[in-house]
Design a protein around this ligand. Structure first.
Ligand code: SAH
Ligand code: SF4
Length: 378
């Protein structure tokens, strides 16, 4: 529970936590549900506007608590409708959130950490190193602010219909703070999103995949990116701790707990690194006859990276090869290029980081770079 200036920040508390808060103050548990509806369904965070609470309770809450939202540092609107916000955290740091409008849905890509410690070789966030975990309030606050800044949909519903944990950070490395957020996203008292519309993306923290299966039923995306351990050790260093076999076993256990609903495997297309037919065939062997679909992500270059995006034809042929062998495979459309909002480009502003050696090397290279690697859409 976060407190500022002796006030408790109620933002981000799950129903259980709020009920406990009220129980400790001799208030009825249903107060929690009332509060959740005001905040998450109507976007009202001022206790004075919560008209079904008694004046006495409102005054008491005002003295003791608040719904403190993350502070928008800047907002950037892309020509394709994508919106990116930078939220100020503390000590001059910032995290990023991206809204991607598509026909029939609005997806919000949210951050879970300031930076990331896992240091995947092709990721701008990883290159920055890790500063700290976001609190539950800072994570759910991204959804609240996006919904309050964006116009409602034609059917009157909030703009955000889907949430993906594909912004900065590794959500399963911030498990304790992410779980209350997932509960709020799927709770009928809060956002009431179907679990199919909430996706946790992980690079493969195996014990927490199992735990997630027990604690909160949401869609799972796994950043695979390589088809053998030698290559994955290099691209996704957490693989040295949890190799591909172990990761996939956890995935199949997770899927089994969801009546074998498909898991999405993300596969970033890196020119000359993981994009040959031999790789496609290896991928098929790993995933054939399993509840799996593949999402091919054209690599988004960033300053200082040594990798390049596979050619558009290569990506299409790779997809075809997977499809011929019975795998469901899609290619992710790159959005928000003009505002640096594409997958893996989210860098925010991270300082005071726990530097990692690889990230440091890339940062030094970046200083020499003139940003000539700016993204070109596939
Ligand atoms: N840490 C989590 C979620 C955030 S990253 C994870 O790794 O899954 C979201 C997705 O963007 C992941 O699949 C990640 O591998 C991918 N990604 C990272 N850097 C990228 C880049 N430069 N280009 C394209 N995709 C990238
Ligand atoms: Fe972290 Fe995900 Fe980037 Fe890897 S890809 S460094 S896990 S944010």
């Amino acid at each position: 529970m976060t407190t500022t200036a002796a006030k408790t920040n109620l933002l981000g508390m799950s129903q259980d936590m709020l009920e406990r808060y009220f129980a400790e103050r001799d208030e009825k548990p249903f107060r929690a549900r009332q509060l959740m509806q005001w905040v998450y369904q109507r976007g009202i965070v001022d206790f004075d506007d919560m008209t079904d609470l008694s004046k006495k309770l409102r005054d008491r809450l005002k003295a003791d608590a608040a719904f403190e939202l993350p502070q928008v540092q800047s907002r950037h609107d892309s020509v394709d409708g994508t919106v990116k916000w930078l939220f100020a955290t503390d000590c001059g740091q910032a995290i990023e959130t991206v809204f991607i409008p598509e026909p029939g849905r609005g997806t919000l890509c949210i951050s879970s950490q300031v930076g990331c410690a896992l240091d995947c070789a092709f990721c701008a966030t990883g290159a920055q190193g890790f500063n700290r975990n976001l609190t539950s309030a800072e994570i759910i606050g991204q959804v609240l602010v996006a919904n309050s800044e964006l116009p409602r949909r034609d059917n009157g519903e909030p703009a955000v219909t889907n949430v993906v944990f594909m912004g900065m950070g590794e959500p399963l490395a911030n498990y304790r703070n992410v779980i209350p957020v997932l509960r709020l996203l799927v709770s009928d008292r809060a956002y009431g999103l179907s679990w199919r519309r909430v996706t946790v993306s992980t690079s493969g923290i195996v014990p927490h995949i199992d735990k997630l299966g027990e604690d909160c039923n949401v869609a799972l995306a796994v950043s695979l990116h390589a088809t053998n351990d030698a290559l994955r050790d290099r691209l996704v260093p957490i693989n040295r701790l949890h190799p591909i076999d172990e990761l996939l076993e956890a995935c199949w256990r997770y899927a089994a707990g969801q009546a074998n609903r498909f898991i999405t495997f993300e596969y970033v297309m890196l020119r000359g690194v993981n994009d040959s037919f031999a790789h496609a065939d290896e991928l098929c062997e790993l995933l054939a006859n399993r509840p799996a679909k593949v999402n091919l992500i054209p690599f988004n270059p960033f300053t200082g990276t040594e990798f390049r995006r596979s050619a558009a034809d290569t990506i299409r042929h790779f997809q075809e090869r997977l499809r011929q062998r019975g795998l469901v495979a899609t290619i992710r459309r790159t959005r928000g290029d003009d505002i640096d909002a594409a997958c893996g480009q989210l860098a925010g502003e991270v300082s005071n980081r726990v530097r990692n050696r690889l990230g440091e090397k890339r940062r030094r290279a970046a200083n020499k770079d003139d940003r000539s690697t700016k993204v070109v859409s596939a």
